[in-house]
Design a protein around this ligand. Structure first.
Ligand code: APR
Ligand code: PHB
Length: 389
């Protein structure tokens, strides 16, 4: 088989790029290791920057997002028994769209189906080859048969544990990492959200977050120890601990119910540089991971796709390779700003077991400063709604 752009990974990054390029007459093949049901069974975050929402519309995938997604003009930060609002609209004149990544991925799959896009599922042993030549190719296995796809370019959009980044020789890639000393326990429940806008809560017992997928589906998180397992947290214990960490009036109005999903995720910051090896380009989680505190993960992936999409258009339509040659540099400049913001939000709101009294005092002062200065709040707002591409 032959294609122009061979994409490893059928998550949001790979599917969005495939869809955008297809609409411009550029041929792609997406190779996904898992089944579609498996990919759509993963529960991930759901806050979209407006630039990302625009990209979904450009990809002709914005209809359901526009009908069912909720525009949020702000968030709350709870601390010391009160909650204070960060008003994005007033501070920076912008907002975000709350729409689950699962739904967004479903919309991308449906769009690919409508256009007879090539998305191959449950393919095994995907490998990129000859990335530093003008004739790179992919191989994968279907049953006993090894198949080959020749392409102009390979895109590694196969997430943090994918094969693309790992195929780059160690001396050609530099990795930066911070692992945080706690995880997030997440619960999905078919209950009405406790607040119309997200509440990020700092508490001496640990961080908590009240989020949502719709008016009948809530998503809550609490900071837990890395040693904890899901079995340690039956529903009753989870709800009680969540209430302990919220202001009293919020805790009192919290509607609880059985969890329909429960999982623990560790928190990590990670960047791999450069995001290019020969004719293979990395995008999304394959190249960088953020802790979920600033809702940047999916949005950082989207900005990579924006740069790659335009770079590919310039190459195929104008014969101009400047975009491809500067992709890594441009994408990383924005990626690192997302890293900074996610790290900052994480440091601001979590309980760090190793912290000294001095560290804790500084953390508290950071929060007091934030709510005493519209300029500091505007900086939070500007980063949360998304820096320009
Ligand atoms: N071969 C083929 N596909 C693979 C391989 C492989 N060796 N390894 C992983 N994959 C697939 C995964 O099964 C997954 O569906 O690549 C896809 C990568 O998708 P994501 O992990 O969702 O990454 P990305 O598309 O970059 O999306 C970034 O998703 O993980 C969140 O926080 C992240 O919200 C951000 C967004
Ligand atoms: C979520 O809804 O899952 C969510 C929202 C905001 C975050 C992290 C997760 O910062």
């Amino acid at each position: 088989m032959k294609t122009q752009v061979g994409i490893i990974g059928g998550g949001p990054s790979g599917l969005l790029l495939s869809q955008l390029l297809h609409l411009q007459g550029i041929d792609t093949v997406v190779l996904e290791r898992r089944s579609r049901d498996y990919v759509l069974g993963r529960i991930r975050a759901g806050v979209l920057e407006h630039g990302f929402a625009d990209l979904m519309r450009e990809a002709q995938c914005g209809e359901r997002m526009d009908a069912e997604g909720e525009i949020h003009d702000g968030i709350f930060i709870a601390h010391d028994g009160i909650k204070e609002r960060v008003d994005f609209k007033n501070l920076v004149g912008d907002s975000v769209v709350v729409y689950g990544q699962t739904e967004l991925t479903r919309d991308l799959y449906e769009a690919r189906d409508r256009m007879d896009g090539h998305v191959l599922h449950s393919v095994e042993d995907v490998k990129p080859h000859d990335m530093t030549t003008d004739a790179p190719y992919l191989t994968y296995r279907e049953g006993d048969e090894v198949k080959r796809i020749d392409c102009d370019y390979i895109i590694g959009a196969d997430g943090f544990h994918g094969v693309s980044r790992k195929s780059i020789p160690k001396e050609n890639i530099r990795e930066f990492e911070r692992v945080y000393p706690f995880g997030w326990l997440g619960v999905l429940s078919e209950t009405m959200p406790v607040s119309p806008e997200l509440i990020y809560a700092k508490h001496e017992r640990g961080f908590a977050l009240c989020s949502m997928r719709s008016q009948v589906l809530s998503r809550y998180y609490i900071q837990v120890s890395l040693e904890d397992t899901v079995e340690d947290w039956p529903d009753d214990r989870f709800w009680q601990e969540l209430k302990n960490r919220l202001p009293e009036d919020v805790a009192e109005s919290l509607i609880t119910g059985p969890s329909i999903e429960k999982s623990i995720a560790p928190l990590r910051s990670f960047v791999a540089e450069p995001m290019r090896y020969g004719n293979m380009f990395l995008a999304g989680d394959a190249a960088h991971i953020v802790p979920p505190t600033g809702a940047r993960g999916l949005n950082s992936a989207a900005s990579d796709i924006y740069y790659l999409y335009h770079a590919m258009l310039d190459h195929y339509k104008k014969g101009d390779d400047t975009g491809l040659d500067t992709y890594s540099q441009k994408a990383l400049a924005r990626v690192w700003k997302g890293q900074r913001f996610s790290w900052w939000m994480t440091m601001l709101l979590h309980r760090f077991p190793e912290n000294s009294d001095f560290d804790n005092q500084l953390q508290q002062t950071e929060l007091e400063y934030l709510f005493s200065s519209d300029k500091a709040l505007a900086s939070l707002a500007e980063n949360y709604v998304g820096l320009p591409f």
